[in-house]
Design a protein around this ligand. Sequence first.
Ligand code: ADP
Ligand code: GLC
Length: 497
Amino acid sequence: MRVLFAAAEVFPLVKTGGLADVVGALPEALVAGGADVRLILPGLPAILAGMEQLAPVCELGAMFGAGRVTLRLGRMAHNGVQAYIVDAPYLYRRTGNPYLAQDGKDWPDNLQRFALLGWAAAHLAAGELDPGWAPDVLHVHDWHAAMACAYVASHPGGGVATVFTIHNLAYQGLFSMDDFHLLGLSSRLKVSQGLEYHGLLSFMKAGLKFAHRVTTVSPTYAREIATEEFGCGLDGVIRALGGQVSGILNGVDHAVWNPAQDTQIAHTYSAKALEGKSQCKTALQQEMGLRVDAKAPLFAVVSRLTSQKGLDLVLAALPDLLQGTADGSFQLAVQGNGDPDLEAAFTAAAQRYPGRVAVRLRYDEPLAHRMMAGADAMLVPSRFEPCGLTQLYALCYGTVPVVRCVGGLADTVVDATPQSLETDTATGFQFGPATAPALADAIARAVQAYRQPAQWRQLMLRGMAQDFSWQAAAGQYLALYDAARQSVPAFGRLTGG
Ligand code: ADP
Ligand code: GLC
């Protein structure tokens, strides 16, 4: 089985969120499962810099506004996985965020930048670009690569099966329909059965309408996106796909996230030797300027600061938590960046409660490891969460997750109740309504458990014993690829269903 992954980011080269972690880890798990997997990525500076043995495969000439586009093939230096790079200097050789310019706004030519990625993936998959290799399955991730599905469907004779994975339905890649002509596709697709979304051009719809199979990253999110509440205006499209949408839970890359081997934390530890974790906590309290107190329950947040993540609930609950919780020793450490209002509010909280609230407004991978290892509990109060990886990493690090019962968080954390504690299945704390009192109540329950060391230790160990390796997901993807291949007609489809 030959599989081509099309995506815009990959850990550790370019990462804005969990998508990069998935694209960084899943290919190796599929290779371990017997597949031949290659990636196709945009030629962003950090991606080019992370490649070895890069050699041209073919020249594509001038396309999508770029004067010169070259497809290159090489290996990612950190793991040896082969990747095709769409090298279009005019479109991709820009530093910083892959999607946003320095002013925080979308790059004005994102339509061309990501249409080119999809175009190149589709034509490579059709066997036109590399005489030495073509995939059986093209696995496309998020809106950034989704146009690949429309190009495959518009290209009779390709014969490749397409699988589209939604990592986050809230980011859809919407553009003005006036720019449709730039895509080089038939105007027949300018309809709601094609790429039209409320008068706009939607890249997300290219994946939803034209892929042979659609997946998302947890079973609960797969059900949620068929509802108005979580469907981001596309719930009707999702419902129409019926059983073709499945949820496959993400995994954890234990080569990266493993407290027993983590070189970025103050002291390694494991379920059998937990002592190192308290050293990590002391080190984190020192680093963040929090009061060094082994008995203070230290809660952490590692997150993009966006409304999705529900961190305004943490801000709203904070005064009560700091004044009322248990003996008043509650501590909060926040790492994240994004929404300027949230950044300002967390900064103000840290100034107001020195020694008890600390904030680092930056993207910093090693710090994320130190937070994961040093905190007692990890807060993930998301309004919606397709899968969520931080709660999985927290579980591996014996850091008890406190999460909203939604999406992948609902699928991966078992709420501590008298029954689940009795049967030793509890791994964390969940709350229902997206309100500050509901969050505060879950945190209060967690602090209460923290005050009973035997119970807390049981929660930590049960969490650390969970198996979230990528192996299970890889098996499910391989089965899905097989099913997708069976369903490919002899000739490509011209219109969406
Ligand atoms: P999302 O993809 O929605 O942001 P996930 O939980 O799936 O959420 O993945 C988030 C990933 O980004 C995790 O690997 C997390 O550690 C990382 N992360 C988020 N914010 C930061 C930050 N400020 N610095 C370093 N890593 C971060
Ligand atoms: C998205 C989602 C997150 C998920 C990640 C990887 O960014 O917001 O929940 O874990 O993709 O699939």
